[in-house]
Design a binder for this molecule. Structure first.
Ligand SMILES: [Zn+2]
Length: 176
């Protein structure tokens, strides 16, 4: 179990003057709490290490808060055993870039596997998701706001789908 006050306190001086940074930190902490709430702690100590690194990156302004939050969530989900797939079809494994983005199927799916109503995204969005998951910052820093909005909305939805719960703190991601 990760206590919010213990985690944020050491960085409080830096974070509280910046709403976006504070919002991203709050969302990271809430997600970590939810991901580790079960007794069979999902990722346990690894989750704490990841959270600590992400909060530190926020504190030193390593990248825009939304980018750091989104990358953190993708990696936390991966540690929890819910790694999304962006490099091949997440259902049949067909290689290549696919553009149907499915929360319930865990990433991109090919033309044959995409259920009706699956959102279609551009190659740029798929590559941005992959770059955020991999921590490929030079690629990520060129992200367009429209692409980021699609990416953050997918990641927020994907997290909440697996937690089976809505997290209030994720509203910070709506601001793109
Ligand atoms: Zn497929």
């Amino acid at each position: 179990m990760i206590a919010q006050s213990e985690t944020i306190h050491p960085y409080g001086m830096t974070l509280t003057n910046d709403y976006d940074t504070f919002g991203a930190a709050s969302a990271m902490v809430e997600a970590a709490e939810q991901l580790t709430r079960d007794e069979d702690a999902r990722g346990g100590a690894h989750q704490y290490d990841l959270l600590h690194g992400a909060i530190a990156a926020l504190g030193r302004r390593a990248a825009a808060p939304t980018l750091l939050l989104t990358s953190y969530l993708l990696r936390a989900l991966t540690i929890a055993g819910w790694a999304p797939t962006f490099g091949q079809c997440s259902r049949c494994g067909a290689p290549g870039i696919h553009n149907w983005l499915s929360v319930s199927l865990g990433g991109v799916v090919c033309d044959d596997c995409a259920p009706p109503q699956t959102p279609y995204v551009t190659d740029d969005v798929v590559q941005l998701l992959a770059a955020l998951l991999a921590g490929d910052w030079p690629h990520v820093e060129h992200a367009q706001p429209g692409q980021m909005r699609q990416v953050t909305s997918f990641v927020a939805e994907y997290l909440q789908y697996h937690l089976e719960k809505n997290l209030q703190s994720l509203s910070v991601m709506d601001q793109g």
